[in-house]
Design a protein around this ligand. Structure first.
Ligand SMILES: *[C@@H]1O[C@H](CO)[C@@H](O)[C@H](O)[C@H]1NC(C)=O
Ligand SMILES: *[C@@H]1O[C@H](CO)[C@@H](O)[C@H](O)[C@H]1NC(C)=O
Length: 356
């Protein structure tokens, strides 16, 4: 098989896979649905537009043909309504109500997922700051549609709940959400957030609510290492809060922790109380947390090499990789010319070789 054929067959396999899984799950929340427990009885109503005789049609998934509903033992039409008894897998799906050729309404009958799973094990939320947005990630696979809502209206299943759909489906099958809250970042936080999740797997639906304080999910982004200044035998490390952190910084105070590797023996050390650390180190990295509520620590920054002493300062061009003191303007230009000359020389000699 050549490369082109291989990619083509891979592609076709992918298409087949998508259409197969697509046929057996809902990728969106139906506009209308009714949730029933196993063996419960439910009554589906046609809606306000209905008067006179109506008929009901049924299909399990959107990809299937609709079939007329014949009254059976556990499905009975009563006037315009449809009564479904002893709900179980065979009767789940879309029921639509018709007057002749006109579709009046459609309702999905879904089964309540009664797994005793807590929302904590299904979803992870994180706020980069006390500002209005935070993100949540649905981590459990096997679900084809997930939505989240904040507030009492959503936990009560009210019609006016503002549901948030996933902003993207992640490669691992999870879903990512951006939620907005209206808590004031300056007020002492006394209100709990109430987060409700609904998730569809096949034709069953899971519904869970959890309550938490915003401060419990705060995790800042990594801070920025600005400079490393020699102060006698020590190094003064200047650290800036991450740009995504709440302002003013004097109010939303962060504490930083510095980790460093000693030049002599390669041992690592940490300092959290002071920005002054030993001078003879090869590299360092930093992380931050809210110092008031002792939030989760941020991720560490990448390691930065430490450049001190006059001899090393020419290596300060790449400040993303190196932590350097503040240098006088034009200092690095001197280093640049040196580098250029060297490069010219080597190019020159290579040309020479070719000619020979
Ligand atoms: C909050 O999220 C919305 C939607 O993703 C975005 O448009 C907005 O800029 C965000 N606001 C802040 C303060 O990050
Ligand atoms: C360390 O650097 C900061 C910021 O540049 C400065 O405000 C502070 O005084 C310095 N500390 C010492 C001990 O030099």
């Amino acid at each position: 098989m050549d490369k082109q054929q291989k990619t083509l067959s891979l592609w076709m396999f992918g298409l087949l896979f998508i259409s197969l899984t697509g046929a057996h799950g809902l990728n969106n929340f139906p506009e209308n649905f009714v949730v029933a427990k196993t063996n419960e009885n439910v009554i589906l109503t046609c809606g306000s537009k209905a008067d006179g005789a109506v008929t009901w049609k049924f299909r399990m998934f959107p990809s299937e043909e609709m079939e007329d509903v014949d009254s059976e033992d556990n499905i009975q039409q009563e006037g315009q309504n449809l009564k479904v008894s002893e709900v179980g897998t065979p009767v789940l799906g879309e029921y639509s109500c018709w007057r002749g050729e006109e579709k009046l309404s459609s309702t999905y009958l879904l089964l309540e997922d009664e797994e005793e799973e807590e929302l904590d094990s299904l979803i992870r939320c994180r706020a980069k700051s006390y500002d209005c947005n935070f993100t949540c990630k649905w981590t459990r696979d096997g679900y084809t549609a997930v939505r989240l809502g904040l507030g009492h209206e959503c936990s009560e299943g009210g019609k006016s709940c503002h549901w948030v759909s996933s902003s993207e489906q992640l490669q691992d099958g999870g879903f990512q959400f951006v939620l907005s809250h209206s808590l004031s970042p300056y007020a002492e936080e006394s209100t709990m957030l109430e987060l409700t999740a609904e998730a569809i797997n096949d034709l069953s639906i899971l519904r869970r609510t959890k309550r938490f304080y915003l401060r419990d999910i705060v995790q800042p982004d990594s801070p920025q290492i600005v400079k490393c200044q020699e102060v006698d035998q020590e190094l003064n490390v200047t650290i800036d809060p991450p740009s995504t952190w709440s302002t003013p910084y004097s109010f939303f105070s962060l504490e930083h922790e510095i980790e460093y590797e000693l030049k002599d023996d390669g041992q690592t050390g940490r300092s959290s109380s002071s920005a002054l650390i030993p001078k003879k180190i090869s590299k360092l990295r930093v992380r931050s947390r809210d110092s008031l509520v002792l939030s989760t620590w941020s991720q560490w920054t990448p390691w930065k090499n430490v450049r001190t002493g006059k001899k090393n300062l020419c290596k300060c061009k790449n400040t993303a990789k190196s932590c350097c003191p503040e240098l006088p303007a034009g200092y690095l230009d001197k280093c640049k010319t040196k580098g250029k000359k060297k490069r010219k020389k080597t190019v020159g000699s290579r040309h020479l070789k070719k000619k020979m």
